[in-house]
Design a protein around this ligand. Sequence first.
Ligand SMILES: Cc1cc2nc3c(=O)[nH]c(=O)nc-3n(C[C@H](O)[C@H](O)[C@H](O)COP(=O)(O)OP(=O)(O)OC[C@H]3O[C@@H](n4cnc5c(N)ncnc54)[C@H](O)[C@@H]3O)c2cc1C
Length: 237
Amino acid sequence: MAAVTDTPAIPSDYRPVLDHGFVRLDAAMADDLSVVNAARVSFARRKEELEDSDAGLIRFLMRERHGTPFEHNSFRFHVRCPIFVAREWFRHRIGSFNEFSMRYAKATDDFYVPAAEDVRTQVGKPGAYTFETVEPELAESTRETLESVYRSAYEAYEQLVEAGIAREIARCVLPVGAYTEFFWTVNARALMNFVSLRAAETAQREIRRYADAVESFLAEKMPVTHAAFVANDRTAP
Ligand SMILES: Cc1cc2nc3c(=O)[nH]c(=O)nc-3n(C[C@H](O)[C@H](O)[C@H](O)COP(=O)(O)OP(=O)(O)OC[C@H]3O[C@@H](n4cnc5c(N)ncnc54)[C@H](O)[C@@H]3O)c2cc1C
């Protein structure tokens, strides 16, 4: 008899991120073998299985920035994140996006409220900022301010929609902390470029958490490629 459990296991293709977000790998056609076969087609050679020696070829391609063999694969992610994270994400042009429409569907009432330890102050000069935690009282009052603004913004949104205003106009009252959802389809080369920029210390903390999540899927599906990327100082080919 199957064991009965109250809490269903979190699917392995799903990573929770921030307070209401996630990254889910909706589908993938991705493996390390495609990299070596794409490189060896130049010599009319093809393998059915990855061999130990192929790791050296993958490291060589990564180091010498022979990038195209890393393009013959595909990751389709389903992402839920605050709008300000999506804005940064959509700057990455090599990939395809489709986003939830606030013209056609009602906006969610989920908004990003940072955990107390993520409420931070900015110190230093442009280009060399560091971010430091604030006193617990300031962290708490910041969270309360955000919650109160979100509440009143969403109330205004609902009132406008109920009064017959089109959602495409009513949404103007919603802040960039509101959650959105999108599909992102990308190959490993562009994914590594995204990770190299957005999982870096210089990137905003919130998108870094998402970059860490997508990187974990890369590591799972293409472990040799991922190891070579890390060994190459996380520079995309
Ligand atoms: C820490 C950080 C701070 C940032 N701050 C700002 C900011 O203040 N203001 C702002 O506007 N943006 C900012 N950005 C966004 C940044 O300028 C890029 O738009 C974003 O990181 C996408 O990078 P990308 O062009 O390499 O990625 P993609 O668009 O995915 O492109 C991948 C690669 O394809 C090639 N490529 C793509 N399109 C072209 C093209 N048209 N011509 C030539 N080569 C191309 C390039 O080699 C590129 O690296 C910031 C990014 C980071 C990581």
